[in-house]
Design a protein around this ligand. Structure first.
Ligand code: SF4
Ligand code: SF4
Length: 394
């Protein structure tokens, strides 16, 4: 083993103490890392990035802008490596810390992108949609995909209500997420229709802030804390109702609020929040719905989906054997990585599509806003990508 690799196997101190257990070079993180599997480049793997961080620490320049910039943007934040690491190393968290020290221009752009979403997203989406394909292709694909209404062929895979009504035991409010609010508002309408008469117990949703997931990933902990605090305050003002989510990443991010210090008044309120965050798919009874149309529906499991995945369970119950899943692969969205390494994001997306069966008019569905947008932006022409709510035909 080289000297540097021996050093690499020592603990890696960070400001917060995250990921301090040493890397033992086992390589278990290699095959789960979508950047490594798409590119074969060891320096992009979690093991490789840990090495770069270690090296920067040894050289005393982890906080040096040049060294830090080598690390920024080299991670999709999918969390797959942290899930399987025998040492419990949480590389995405470690990189978030590095980014927080050196936010740079990308963090500034991401801050504006999220904070001004209500103005920027619809405008950019419509503008990109007006441009001819040859001009908009590439850089504006994601913007176009954000506001795109998926046009499914008549008779293709969908589901309908056949009976029953959702019973809400108390008041509820939708937490639709930024994409549904500012780019695809029909998700909100479909969610309300799925609730049927229970919609009466649904409060109008307030001016929620972003759930904060990609903001934290971009290295903006202060903005993330501000958004969390505002969302909890709004929930409190509403009387602490059930929070119905329709985005897998929002669900995970909102549940993660319980780890924050000083966000809740006491443990009782913390537990109330934990119980309040409920994915819509877990609340409705699949027996009240039936699959319609013909053909397979391909399910994409988001990296940040809760475990077990309530969207997958609901769709499996509704579509039965028509719901197809294959190797769980990352779509390559990566939040702020779209700014720093769009080429890598495209490579991960290309690998994703190489694993999906070729089939004309294939419907690919998922429950994460970011995945919907990324998959819609990169899908082959004959493939329809839709949030599972878009398959609901009242
Ligand atoms: S799985 Fe963890 S311990 Fe093993 S090589 Fe990757 S980072 Fe190191
Ligand atoms: S979080 Fe995902 S993309 Fe980043 S190093 Fe880990 S497995 Fe790779």
């Amino acid at each position: 083993m080289s000297t540097s690799l021996q050093n690499y196997a020592t603990p890696c101190p960070t400001d917060s103490g995250a990921s301090t257990r040493p890397c033992i070079l086992c390589g278990k993180c290699l095959d789960v890392c979508p950047l490594f599997t798409a590119t074969g480049r060891e320096e992009l793997s979690p093991r490789g990035k840990s090495f770069l961080i270690r090296q920067a620490l040894e050289e005393g320049n982890l906080h040096d802008p040049v060294a830090a910039s080598k690390l920024l943007g080299l991670c999709l934040g999918c969390g797959r490596c942290a899930d399987g690491c025998p040492q419990g190393r949480d590389l995405p968290e470690l990189l978030r810390e590095v980014k927080a020290v050196h936010p740079g221009w990308r963090a500034w752009v991401w801050r504006a992108w999220i904070q001004q979403a209500r103005h920027i997203w619809p405008f950019l989406g419509r503008y990109a949609g007006l441009l001819p394909d040859r001009l908009a292709a590439g850089s504006l694909d994601v913007a176009r995909a954000m506001v795109h209404f998926p046009a499914r062929a008549r008779g293709s895979g969908c589901f309908q209500r056949i009976s029953g009504e959702v019973v809400l035991l108390g008041d509820a409010v939708l937490f639709p997420g930024c994409t549904a609010r500012f780019a695809r508002p029909w998700w909100v309408a479909n969610a309300e229709r799925m609730l049927g008469a229970a919609e009466n117990r649904l409060k109008s949703f307030p001016d929620w802030q972003c759930c904060g997931f990609t903001v934290a990933q971009a290295g903006l902990p202060d903005l993330n804390a501000e958004m969390q605090s505002r969302n909890v305050a709004l929930w409190r003002e509403l009387g602490r109702p059930t929070l119905l989510t329709i985005c897998a990443t929002c669900t995970t991010a909102l549940r993660g609020y319980t780890k924050a210090n000083d966000l809740f008044q006491d443990d009782r309120e913390r537990l109330a929040w934990e119980a309040a965050v409920q994915p819509l798919s877990g609340l409705v009874d699949p027996k009240d719905f039936r699959a319609a149309g013909i053909g397979d529906v391909f399910y994409h499991r988001p990296c940040h989906a809760p475990t077990p995945d309530p969207d997958a369970a609901f769709l499996q119950n509704v579509f039965g054997t028509r719901l197809v899943e294959n190797e769980s692969a990352c779509c390559g969205m990566g939040g702020v990585m779209q700014l720093s390494a769009p080429g890598l994001s495209s490579q991960v997306a290309a690998r994703y599509w190489s694993l999906v069966p070729e089939q004309s008019e294939l419907i690919v569905t998922t429950g994460c806003s970011g995945c919907v947008v990324q998959l819609a932006a990169t899908a082959p022409r004959s493939t329809v990508v839709a949030h599972w709510l878009e398959l609901f035909e009242g």
